[in-house]
Design a protein around this ligand. Structure first.
Ligand code: GLV
Ligand code: MG
Length: 307
């Protein structure tokens, strides 16, 4: 579906589906996107109430232009099919995407695609409009991430799930987002982030970084966000109002880079179209077609962020 610029997702707010106060608060926060959670932030005994609350919250509206999504339970549970049916039958027209957690192979995504198509047809909804966000959060998901990323035209994003992932590989730490103690030779998450990013980009999907659980430490959030943003990630989950502004800022280019990108685009357009040259100088910098492509990425992210 679409391109990586399809929808802005610098900040993706996690909202427990069973908590009316958090749902209310989510309508006020300036995030690009949110997901109402039916999975790990909802206790097993609250799953059914949460489904009803999530459907009601979507139908009540008040979400502005935010990307509206719901995270269903993963396919090893007894809840997933009912989550999908109740949410899409109850509020499908108000929903942009479903988030599927713990996707460990491509069949998970295909299952959800098929079920969505059936529900859309049966309810007169536009077939294929509801997208899928796939969370990569275990070793199997990572080693099959290329097939997962190509599994359905509904896919819009791959989302890194650090907490589950770290548990899945037996990482010797309890702190999500920080380097595991003892690993002092680089970034322990580099391979995972890069692997997800490559699979996403090869399939024209967005890549979204997962949550940072030390919610009061905004500087630590910012450090972790800067790392994935530097690689090319499009955004990050936020769990707390204090993380929102940091995510919106870190995943947008800064003003100087944005201005410079627009300058490169203008200079290069003039060079190729008016002067018929493929390489030109802008100050001390040589520009060619590859420079234009890099500038396009920064300019598109800047425009989407309203710079
Ligand atoms: C998110 O779902 C995570 O496991 O980090
Ligand atoms: Mg998880």
């Amino acid at each position: 579906m679409g391109s990586v610029e399809t929808r802005p997702r610098r900040s993706v707010l996690a909202v427990p589906g069973s908590n009316p106060r958090f749902i209310e608060k989510a309508r006020e926060l300036p995030t690009d996107a949110f997901f109402l959670d039916l999975e790990d932030a909802v206790a097993p005994l609250e799953k059914e109430n949460a489904r009803r609350a999530v459907v009601a919250a979507l139908n009540e509206g008040g979400w502005g232009s935010r990307v509206r999504t719901v995270r269903v339970n993963d396919l090893t549970t007894q809840w997933t099919y009912r989550d999908v049916i109740d949410v899409v039958e109850g509020a499908g027209a108000m929903l942009d995407c479903l988030v599927l957690p713990k996707v460990s192979d491509a069949s998970h995504v295909r299952w959800l695609d098929t079920l969505l198509t059936q529900i859309e047809r049966a309810n007169g909804l536009e077939v294929g409009r509801i997208g899928i966000e796939a969370q990569i959060e275990d070793a199997r998901g990572l080693v099959t991430v290329d097939e997962i990323a190509a599994a359905s035209p509904r896919l819009e994003t791959l989302v890194y799930g650090p907490a589950d992932f770290m548990a899945s590989i037996n990482m010797k730490t309890l702190v999500v987002g920080e380097q595991p103690p003892g690993y002092d030779v680089g970034d322990a998450y580099h391979y995972v982030l890069m692997r997800i990013l490559m699979a996403a980009r090869a399939n024209d999907l967005q890549a979204i970084d997962g949550p940072h659980l030390q919610i009061r430490d905004v500087e630590a959030f910012r450090r972790s966000a800067r790392r994935s943003a530097a690689l090319g990630f499009d955004g990050k989950w936020v769990l707390h109002p204090g993380q929102v502004a940091a995510a919106n800022e870190v995943y947008a280019p800064d003003q100087d880079d944005y201005d410079h990108a627009e300058l490169i685009l203008d200079a290069y357009a003039h060079a190729t179209q008016v002067r018929r040259r493929g390489a030109v100088m802008l100050g001390a910098e040589m520009l060619d077609e590859a420079s234009r492509k890099m500038a396009l990425v920064i300019a598109a992210k800047g425009r989407a962020a309203g710079l």
